[in-house]
Design a protein around this ligand. Structure first.
Ligand code: CDP
Length: 232
């Protein structure tokens, strides 16, 4: 954390955008430099989806969905080894398993369900009560924190996004193909931006960051200037 920051007011920073455009990388950079908490809201939808899949929940049935949500407890814990906050589903660390394509293939359907969104959004809003938070997702600047002090909407060329996500997933599973990854990103982006409740869209007051041709440090510098403007 930068030394003078502990004396400054704390704000909420939201980062929304398309799949695999580097939201979590930027969010982690910002949280680390500001001494803020980073919350990956997508991890919550992924963990709920994992629970539904494991327990064979029919998510077209509202009663089953509500029953299942009553049995789900989610929390984040900071892991000093990975230097990341990791998600727990009913006391099991599921940070790694939720990244699997099996979960990614269903998560956008699950995340479109009204009851699931209400469940997740209520917890996300609670996490932001003390401010000092960077949260990434799809509806953070529009629905979860419409009054956030700094909103970023991220985008990047789709071929680059596919390549980035393919590299990440290939390290864990060399059987994965680039076609599968591409199809999944396209499907999720479509469902996420066309669903009825809180679809992915840029908040009117969000700053657009296209990082197709930016390095990680370049994108950080651009955004950090925006943060400084809000803080100073
Ligand atoms: O890492 P990536 O951008 O591919 O996805 P993620 O942040 O892990 O989110 C997984 C999925 O959760 C998204 O495709 C959305 O369907 C859903 N999601 C959402 O609906 N609202 C959010 N605030 C965050 C994620």
């Amino acid at each position: 954390m930068l030394p003078f920051l502990h004396r400054m007011k704390k704000i909420i920073i939201t980062i929304d955008g398309w799949s695999s455009c580097g939201k979590s990388t930027l969010a982690k950079q910002l949280a680390k430099s500001l001494g803020y908490v980073y919350i990956d809201s997508g991890a919550m939808y992924r963990a709920i989806t994992l629970y539904f899949l494991r327990n064979h929940i029919d998510w077209t049935d509202v009663k089953e969905v509500n029953g299942a949500l009553n049995n789900i407890l989610l929390h984040f814990e900071f892991n000093p080894k990975s230097q990341q906050s990791e998600i727990f589903l009913n006391d099991e660390n599921v940070e790694y398993v939720i990244r699997d394509l099996v979960v990614a293939e269903k998560v956008s359907d699950v995340a479109a369900i009204k009851e699931v969104r209400e469940f997740a959004v209520a917890q996300q809003q609670k996490m932001g009560e003390q401010k000092g938070i960077v949260m990434d997702g799809r509806d953070i600047g529009t629905t979860v924190f419409p009054n956030a002090e700094l909103k970023i909407f991220m985008t990047a060329d789709s071929a680059i996004r596919v390549e980035r996500r393919f590299k990440e997933l290939y390290e864990k599973n060399p059987n994965i193909t680039i076609e599968e990854v591409k199809a999944n990103l396209e499907l999720r982006d479509y469902i996420d931006s066309h669903r009825e409740i809180s679809p992915l869209r840029k908040a009117d007051d969000a700053f657009v960051l296209d990082n197709t041709n930016l390095t990680m440090s370049e994108q950080f510098e651009i955004v950090f200037l925006r943060v400084a403007k809000v803080l100073l």
